[in-house]
Write a protein that binds this ligand. Structure first.
Ligand SMILES: [Zn+2]
Length: 306
């Protein structure tokens, strides 16, 4: 169901939207001729501008609840000339994102998505009654969605910003991998959440990069062995791949964060001379950027976490 500009009225002062029920339903003397909905704004800088420019409002059934989607016309600045560099991005579970721009690496550690999913799933299960999810379970579900949405926005925004600051013109990003049974992600429900989160993260990265004139290439990781190959010497390893998040190469003795190793391999898939602009040690000393749940912002961390 879609409302065009005559069909809805926005009240930005009280964060409400009035949706017209259309002419045929006005007949009923019980019903108001509009539906009043309140909305909450995410604390994204662009959100306020976007709300002013809403073109249509769509009601979408997600399978669990109705959602209102506001479709906005965004003013996309003519992008400044993008840089020449390529960034390789690895999205994963232990580290939400690992980036390599060759001479520098960045790490977004932690598994905020996993923690949250676990906490709110517990809440959901514990309160589920005979008649399906209780109000509390629905509350947990909605709160989880909002928090994840926010996290994904903050992360994608910071990631694209960091790339732009480093003269990146192309971002090569692979699809998530390492979904293993023993990490509790292989089970059906979890995997679906996981796929949803990463697909959302990918699309956020894509449109935020596009606004800055940066290309995003989705690289199909199947068969690439980005996580099994050494980014220094190319040796493929099965047995020595990962020890507590470290990639240890028996051939060249590289010891690196395994996600950064994968990110660097990802970068190599679209860079002609991947090792050209690499200085030693960047894999061992990534810039670490942390998501602060209380402020919802991503900030650099001085100490490298092991
Ligand atoms: Zn090696």
């Amino acid at each position: 169901m879609t409302w065009k500009n005559q069909g809805f009225k926005l009240d930005t002062q009280y964060n409400r939207v009035r949706l017209s029920k259309g002419t045929n339903m006005k007949e009923s003397r019980y019903a108001a001729d509009y539906i009043l909905c309140e909305y909450t704004l995410q604390t994204d800088d662009q959100t306020l501008d976007a709300v002013e420019s809403i073109q249509t409002v769509r009601a979408v059934w997600t399978g669990q609840q109705w959602e209102l989607h506001f479709v906005c016309k965004m003013r996309v600045e003519t992008p400044e000339t993008p840089g020449e560099k390529t960034a390789g991005v690895d999205l994963g579970i232990c580290n939400t994102a690992a980036i390599s721009v060759g001479d520098e690496t960045l790490l977004y550690p932690g598994n905020a998505l996993k923690e949250d999913a676990h906490y709110f799933r517990q809440q959901g299960y514990e309160t589920e009654g005979e008649n399906g999810p209780s109000d509390h379970a629905e509350w947990a579900q909605q709160k989880k969605s909002r928090r994840q949405e926010h996290f994904l926005h903050a992360l994608s925004k910071d990631l694209v910003q960091q790339c732009a600051d480093r003269d990146v013109g192309t971002i090569a990003v692979g699809h998530p991998k390492n979904i293993r049974e023993d990490e509790d992600w292989g089970r059906h429900g979890n995997k679906r959440l996981h796929d949803w989160a990463f697909e959302t993260l990918l699309s956020h990265i894509e449109y935020k990069a596009e606004e800055r004139g940066i290309d995003v290439e989705r690289v199909d990781e199947a068969g690439l062995k980005t996580s099994k190959s050494c980014c220094e010497c190319g040796t493929e390893a099965d047995s020595n791949r990962v020890e507590r998040g470290l990639y240890v190469c028996e051939n060249c003795e590289l010891v690196a964060n395994s996600d950064l190793n994968a990110a660097e391999n990802m970068r190599a898939t679209v860079t002609p001379n991947p090792s050209q602009d690499r200085s030693n040690g960047c894999l061992a000393q990534p810039s670490v950027r942390l998501f602060d749940k209380s402020t919802g912002r991503i900030t650099p961390q001085e100490q490298v976490v092991s």
